[in-house]
Design a protein around this ligand. Structure first.
Ligand code: ATP
Ligand code: MG
Length: 356
């Protein structure tokens, strides 16, 4: 029997409760398949760890994570620890150390999921966001140019390397080609007159290698509007780190809410482990009360299965989520139900068992 070694970082707030349900689902699938099993190793890193030891993860944390096939992460961040510390010292550290330069965020309105856009249904909202995940606006380059009360000036640079930009654009073209979809690039070349002009230029350059992929290019402001007015026009989308971050929260809002939004941080070369996480944060307001929706974390678990080569089971999970949403009997409060986090997880496990 094949054993897949997975590192689990439950993290803060609702992280542990949603990850618990995802692990339940993954174990169920493995037990029904019989040919493989998961070996989960849990790491207690996050803001509680920071409060105790003054750091978000162990000094040799990255080294220790290297031996795993994938990382399954809940959420990091909690009141009391500045967000830029929790983000940089754990999440961004892992993404950058493991060169997880592709962030895949499906914005798919499943049947039965709530959508605030009254004119649209599940056929109309089906986008795959491919977000650059290691540089751009989140390069971490900047400084205080002048200190002092009156004249303070702060600089935050973005970094777009040819290598970093080309590889994410090429990855997106490959996905669009494989899926027979259109590819939309979202940038801001009119105002960001170096970085985004460069981005647009590389999009055109790389595009020449993929003449059969139909392409579109939008400014980020126009794209934000069009995602609400005419979401159908977006299929595969490639964009920068910051724009992808913002637009996928908007995307989550039109595709069932943060409780349903999943994300994968991929190192396509598989030199390092990839990481799977719901895109929501630690939601301290509802933490520890079994009120959180585990479906985003469970959807991320389906991306993990896709990554390990079990696409058939990734689909089994999505089918179960859709069934649950259509039946509407077992849902958490964010989706209008009154079930607990673990009741939702249990129901998904049952649906999977009856479908497999
Ligand atoms: P962080 O600082 O870690 O990003 P946050 O306060 O920004 O945390 P998010 O998790 O990003 O919180 O989400 C904002 C709000 O959306 C939460 O406060 C919560 O009310 C709601 N929310 C987010 N995720 C979920 C979920 N899985 N289930 C139910 N509600 C959620
Ligand atoms: Mg947040």
């Amino acid at each position: 029997m094949k054993t897949h070694k997975i590192a689990v970082i439950p993290g803060d707030g609702i992280g542990p409760e949603v990850i618990n349900e995802g692990v339940k689902v993954l174990n169920k699938i493995a037990s029904l398949d019989h040919t493989f099993q998961f070996e989960f190793t849990s790491f207690p890193w996050g803001c509680e760890y920071y409060a105790r030891y003054g750091k978000m993860m162990d000094d040799d944390g990255i080294e220790r994570l290297k031996e795993f096939e994938a990382i399954y992460l809940g959420a990091v961040g909690f009141p009391g620890v500045p967000d830029h510390i929790s983000l940089w010292d754990l999440l961004l550290k892992i993404r950058k150390s493991f060169d997880q330069y592709v962030n895949i965020r499906p914005i798919t309105l499943l049947k039965g999921a709530p959508c605030p856009l009254v004119n649209f249904n599940s056929e109309d909202i089906n986008m795959l966001f491919i977000r650059e995940n290691t540089e751009g606006e989140y390069a971490g380059a900047g400084d205080w140019l002048y200190r002092g009360k009156e004249n303070e000036v702060v600089l935050q640079n973005s970094v777009f390397s040819r290598k970093g930009t080309e590889r994410i654009i090429r990855y997106a073209f490959e996905v669009a080609l494989k899926q027979g979809k259109t590819l939309t690039s979202i940038s801001k070349g009119n105002a960001l007159n170096y970085s985004m002009v460069f981005w647009d230029q590389l999009f055109e350059e790389v595009g020449k290698e993929y003449p059969s992929v139909k392409t579109y290019s939008y400014l980020v402001d126009a794209a934000a509007m069009l995602m609400i007015k005419d979401p159908k026009r977006f299929e595969v989308v490639v964009t920068s780190n910051l724009f992808g971050d913002i637009l996928t929260d908007l995307g989550a809002a039109i595709a069932g809410g943060l409780g349903l939004a999943a994300g994968a941080n991929i190192n396509p070369e598989r030199v390092y482990p990839s990481m799977f996480e719901p895109i929501h944060g630690s939601a301290p307001d509802i933490a520890g009360k079994q009120l959180s929706n585990p479906l985003a974390a469970i959807w991320s678990a389906s991306q993990l299965l896709d990554h390990l080569g079990y696409e058939q089971y990734g689909k089994v999970i999505l089918t179960a989520i859709e069934q649950l949403l259509i039946e509407k009997n077992v849902l958490t409060p964010d989706l209008g139900g009154s079930s607990s986090t673990s009741e939702v997880g249990d129901c998904i496990v049952e649906l999977i068992a009856s479908n497999m």
